[in-house]
Design a protein. Sequence first.
Length: 300
Amino acid sequence: MVIAVDRGRYTCVTGEGRIVVAMTARELGRGAVVVGDRVGLVGDVSGQEGSLARIVRVEPRESVLRRTADDDDPIERIVVANADQMVIVTSVTDPEPRPRLIDRCLVAAFDAGMDPLLCVTKADLGDPAPLLDRYAPLDTPAVVTSLSDSDVPPRSLDELHGELHGRTSVLVGHSGVGKSTLVNALVPGSDRATGAVNVVTGRGRHTSTSAVALRLPGEGWVIDTPGIRSFGLAHVDPDTFIDAFSDLAEETDACPRGCTHGYQEPECALDDAVAAGRLAPERVESFRRLLSSRERQAGD
Ligand SMILES: Nc1nc2c(ncn2[C@@H]2O[C@H](COP(=O)(O)OP(=O)(O)OP(=O)(O)O)[C@@H](O)[C@H]2O)c(=O)[nH]1
């Protein structure tokens, strides 16, 4: 399994737990291997210092998390392969929660076939309830954490450990929400700032812009990703956005045929549901905003 990628060097962990650094065989092409990939290695797989193996095969992926930098960006990046859970990390404050980014992550998780988990951090700095309430109508599980010095040991991590156990979970979120802090608490000694990437570069600082996978104590993997500002969805058909808004999707059964549920729809059942108090207006607004921000393009 590939656990880190940095400047053409791929850090892999073998079935026996050996760390092997590899390059890719030329015929695989550039960018063919990402963190989370299961690969076939040949050559020097001793893992000894200075050794370099070669990746000659990438096993079929069970899932692929993609994103584009912007909604109109044709270049699609694969963030990780083979993750089965997306942990959407968002802080109560500092930085403020960004529901539109959360919604985008939910759409991306749905598209990739991953189970979403909401992780609300920095609960010591404010009340997580408003954010949790907003997402309560979805069936998305949520955990709350607070890792301040005054809350030692952080009891709340038990619940997160439970949700991550035995799974391959990718953490996504805006820069500064506390992903690295979480990883350091979840994987003792991981020293995220100098983590697996250090093995590759020999440098003291985490300089990679790609994801890094860390083995959880017990069973499972957690994959930390660099903080993101946006989650472009150029690769997702807007007709499927509604599927990630399961609270809204139920109501749209009553919509006229062909209704896109967007701002301009005269008879959309979402408006009736808001008027009747069954849906929060901000949830519908969130969905419509997302829909309108993503103009239709050829191939949708
Ligand atoms: N009060 C409080 N501060 C926290 C908590 N979690 C993280 N922080 C602080 O928030 C800041 C950002 O945390 P990081 O873990 O570096 O955030 P990140 O999401 O990894 O950020 P990027 O590396 O930019 O993606 C640090 O100063 C942490 O000490 C928390 O639960 N409570």
